[in-house]
Design a protein around this ligand. Structure first.
Ligand code: FAD
Length: 478
């Protein structure tokens, strides 16, 4: 009886899942297998992502059970464990989908070699992206550096295949190694800080589908106008689902195109804006392909010599991490991140700019903190995002464009609702002062019950002088 393994990694769904579909067609017995390999991923996956992974695997098991199969779990070196599973189950082929990250390509190459040594074939199928990040080229034959020409050229040619429905899955092989229980993978933190995350999310394909339908059914039509306002849910919040492959990128694309048919022409621009955001995700992988160390090495090499501020005891960094900088929009963002594992895109840019330009601390510290705390942490998007806010990336905001967190707050949180939600210490201030409590008249502060320096900190740095210092440091780069 022919047997196949499906090696699951970042494709945790049943519908439109190329590896499962191929195995279901080709073999009479199929074992869907997830192997936890923390030592093979670099940089190491952070705690919030591991939390998500735990729940995503649980949801996948339920989904597979409904399709007549189940999820097998294991941990250890991928080469050794896959060879063991292939030998015990008598599998002749292992199917998986590609992950366009440098460590994953190394992992795939090592696994292919090890399996070949015991006469088993590894077949890696494309998935996860609309483009092949290694293949996109401009007319001159070189990879793109900037988003706009990349997307203009890619978008015109995109014709993603229609998503396929869940396959009828064959049963498990008769003999398999003893799978591990989910708890044995140790994905949940020992100190259970994670319980606060669950009310905000439903990891897994069903949760992804709900988010997609909710977004296309309501916010999508106004996406272009509303996406920048953090107090209101104007974006899809699909990012963690996309990262873990709980929904296929092709099915999102086609769902958007179907929504287009149902919406008036005036709303079509909003859908194109949304598709362009998916394009940012594509270009991030294209850049990661060009620069495998994107999370730590600035694309603009001059930034390796940048005069970062000394923070010998890490107090500035810690205040930023804890949301105690004294700048309400920055603190609101950092607290939203801590409480929910997610932060609105506009605020990610603001807190990033504040860290790198006002505090003048290395962007790699911000990258690492996001990596640990975001449920949607994604090597390509996070690295590109940090290089972008720092002004050292391929398509970066110029360094001299420094976000003013007060102006950003007044513009994108004009009534102060977002700040009030996450920074209750300043909630009593009128909206005219909520984004800069230090500038509020003493009587306005007294009326709101705010004692600056006691209930809520004075700003860590002066926004005007720190801006000037950052510009001077930038100019010194030449
Ligand atoms: C400093 C910084 C760090 C970031 N780190 C990450 C990260 O680790 N993981 C991550 O998925 N995104 C990251 N982003 C991009 C963006 O903030 C998130 O993708 C977005 O906020 C997710 O929310 P959403 O799903 O509601 O987005 P929507 O607005 O609904 O967009 C739909 C999808 O498009 C993609 N997308 C949107 N904006 C971007 C972008 N600027 N770059 C790449 N993809 C994008 C995401 O997959 C997103 O789910 C970062 C941005 C910055 C400035």
């Amino acid at each position: 009886m022919s047997t196949a393994l499906v090696w699951l990694r970042r494709d945790l769904r049943v519908a439109d899942q190329p590896a499962l579909a191929r195995a279901a067609r080709a073999a009479e017995r199929v074992a869907p297998l997830y192997i936890h390999t923390p030592d093979e991923t670099w940089p190491r996956v952070g705690a919030a992502s591991l939390w998500w992974l735990h729940h995503s695997l649980a949801a996948l098991d339920t989904e597979l059970a409904a399709a007549g199969s189940r999820l097998c779990l294991d941990s250890g070196p991928s080469t050794e464990r896959l060879c063991h599973w292939a030998q015990v189950s008598d599998a002749t082929v292992v199917y998986c989908t590609a992950i366009a990250e440098p460590w994953a390509r190394q992992q795939e190459a090592a696994v292919a070699e090890a399996l070949a040594g015991i006469g088993v074939r590894l077949e890696v199928l494309p998935d996860g992206l609309l483009t092949d990040p290694s293949a996109v080229r401009n007319r001159g034959g070189t990879p793109y550096r900037a988003f706009t020409p990349f997307w203009r050229s890619v978008r015109a040619q995109l014709d993603p295949p229609r998503p396929t429905p869940p396959p009828a899955l064959p049963g498990l092989p008769e003999a398999i190694p003893e799978p591990q229980p989910l708890a044995a993978l140790g994905l949940l933190p020992r100190i259970r800080w994670d319980e606060k995350l669950l009310p905000h999310w439903q990891p897994g394909a069903a949760g992804a589908q709900q988010r997609l339908e909710a977004f296309l059914g309501s916010a999508a039509a106004d996406y272009a106008e509303r996406r920048d306002y953090p107090a209101h849910p104007g974006t899809s919040r699909l990012s963690p689902h996309l990262h873990f492959g709980e929904v296929s990128i092709r099915s999102i694309w086609h769902a958007v195109e179907e929504a287009r048919q149902a919406l008036p022409a005036a709303a079509h621009g909003a859908l194109d804006t949304f598709l362009a955001e998916l394009g940012w995700r594509e270009v991030a992988y294209h850049l990661l392909w060009q620069q495998p160390q994107l999370h730590e090495t600035p694309i603009d090499e001059r930034f390796s010599r940048f005069a970062w501020r000394e923070d010998p005891h890490g107090t500035l960094l810690e205040a930023w991490r804890r949301g105690a900088t004294g700048v309400p929009l920055v603190d609101a963002g950092m607290r939203e991140l801590w409480a929910t594992g997610w932060m609105h895109n506009r605020v990610r840019m603001v807190v990033g700019s504040f860290l790198v330009k006002n505090l003048r601390l290395p962007w790699q510290h911000g990258e690492a903190h996001f990596r640990d705390t975001l449920v949607d942490w994604d090597l390509a998007s996070n690295s590109m995002g940090w290089q972008w806010v720092s002004g050292c990336g391929a398509d970066a905001a110029p360094y001299f464009r420094i976000f003013n967190p007060v102006r950003q707050g007044e513009r994108f949180d004009p009534d102060g609702e977002y700040v009030r939600q996450w920074v209750p210490e300043v909630a009593g201030l009128p909206k005219s002062h909520i984004h800069q409590p230090w500038a509020a008249p003493a009587d306005a502060r007294a009326r709101s019950g705010l004692r600056l320096g006691y209930d809520y900190p004075e700003p860590l740095v002066d926004l005007t002088s720190s801006r000037k210092e950052a510009l001077a440091a930038f100019q010194a780069l030449g």
